[in-house]
Unconditional design. Structure first.
Length: 113
């Protein structure tokens, strides 16, 4: 059974930084790409970032240049560093293993003064 567990969400002021973590189990982590998505209240789920098994990354237009995705294959963990956060980044952030169609439970990020 594939399990993804997000952590690190919380309340942060505009312009602040937050780092999310996604712990993954139940698959051969080093062979899988992992993605981050987010969903704001009343909106559709939006692609944030993806890291391929080889480390190649790509980002959604709204976060490119501010967010960085990375992976630690020894720890079976993917990270999302979020800088210069804006109120419009407020959402529930989800971790996803697309090849396994597996999702985490999500972690809330709120950007507000």
């Amino acid at each position: 059974q594939v399990t993804l567990v997000e952590s690190g969400g919380g309340l942060v002021q505009p312009g602040g930084t937050l780092i999310l973590s996604c712990g993954v189990s139940g698959l051969t982590f080093s062979r899988e790409g992992i993605s981050w998505w987010r969903q704001a209240a009343g909106n559709q789920r939006e692609f944030v970032a993806h890291v391929a098994r080889g480390g190649t990354t790509n980002y959604g237009d709204s976060v490119s240049g501010r967010f960085t995705i990375s992976r630690d294959n020894r720890a079976n963990t993917v990270y999302l560093q979020m800088k210069n956060l804006k109120p419009e980044d407020t959402a529930v952030y989800y971790c996803n293993a697309p090849n396994k169609n597996a999702w985490g439970q999500g972690t809330q990020v709120t950007v507000s003064s």
